[in-house]
Design a protein around this ligand. Structure first.
Ligand code: B1M
Length: 212
């Protein structure tokens, strides 16, 4: 039986090469890609998220862990596709129009990926139309918006209005976050959810789509 805890530990400790080779070994020994994903990657990134929430890990540790997760994911992804494992949901994520800050958005994207979500990363300065396109052409079920400037927060509201005007608002869940963003603001603009940090964003997105 391959040691998926060792894989989870390699991710927690940011050991990229170990994460990659342990993933290859587990698959070679016949472990299902789904088990590798859930008991290795998701388990490891959950611990990383908890430690980050509790201030036991800081941004550099999270980024190093996420890099190890990505190395594992590169090996795993083709096998997941072959075995037909569907992502929990597809999330279109971006920093809103006018805003170029992407460190927090990238952390959220990596944690969501580690949490089993499919990620459509629209990068920064994302206009409402690009979120709409991601829903229409790539089947995004969640719109995740980040803003770091008080001056760009209104672009979140503009995106929600654009979703309504395009008749797509009922098809997607909208989650928002970023340093100046609050639950109160999320309520005011009609977002479905708000998360203060990357680990909570995974929990909130799971809650929004009704996954456990
Ligand atoms: Co800028 N910047 N910046 N900046 N910058 C801030 C945000 C600022 C608070 C600094 C300050 O004045 N004290 C200030 C905003 C003031 C305000 O609006 N209230 C500011 C400003 C003014 C500016 C410029 C206008 C400066 C200028 O040019 N005059 C300019 C704007 C450019 C633009 O966007 N159009 C600018 C530029 C830049 C750099 C390019 C130099 C650089 C960005 C580099 C990059 O991102 N690639 C930069 C940086 C680094 C910062 C600070 C120092 C750090 C931001 C950061 O990365 N934090 C920031 C000051 C600060 O916050 N201390 C500042 C770390 C990151 C992990 O945290 O992004 O909050 P954060 O993400 C967290 C949570 O918020 C949450 O999870 C993450 C992980 O826990 N989260 C989500 C984020 N998105 C989420 C989405 C979710 C859920 C949770 O759901 C979808």
């Amino acid at each position: 039986m391959p040691d998926l805890q060792a894989l989870a530990d390699a991710i927690i400790n940011g050991k990229r090469d170990d994460a990659k080779s342990l993933t290859e070994e587990a698959l070679a020994e016949g472990t299902s890609p789904e088990a590798v994903l859930n008991e290795g990657l998701v388990a490891g990134m959950s611990v990383v998220g908890e430690r980050f929430k509790n201030n036991e890990f800081y941004v550099p540790e999270v980024l190093i862990a996420a890099r190890a997760m990505k190395a594992s994911m590169e090996v795993l992804q083709p096998k997941l596709i072959e075995s037909g494992v569907e992502p929990a949901a597809k999330v279109a994520i971006g920093t809103v129009k006018g805003d170029l800050h992407d460190i927090g958005k990238n952390l959220v994207a990596m944690m969501l990926e580690g949490g089993g979500f499919g990620i459509i990363d629209l990068s920064v300065d994302v206009a409402p139309e690009r979120f709409i396109e991601a829903i229409q052409s790539e089947g995004a079920q969640v719109v995740a918006m980040s803003a770091l400037l008080t001056t760009t927060m209104p672009a979140m509201k503009d995106t929600i209005t654009a979703l309504e005007e395009a008749g797509l608002r009922d098809r997607v869940k909208v989650i928002i976050g970023g340093a100046p963003v609050t639950q109160k603001y999320a309520d005011e603009i009609g977002a479905d959810g708000y998360a203060p940090d990357a680990a909570s964003a995974v929990d909130k997105t799971r809650e929004l789509i009704g996954a456990s």
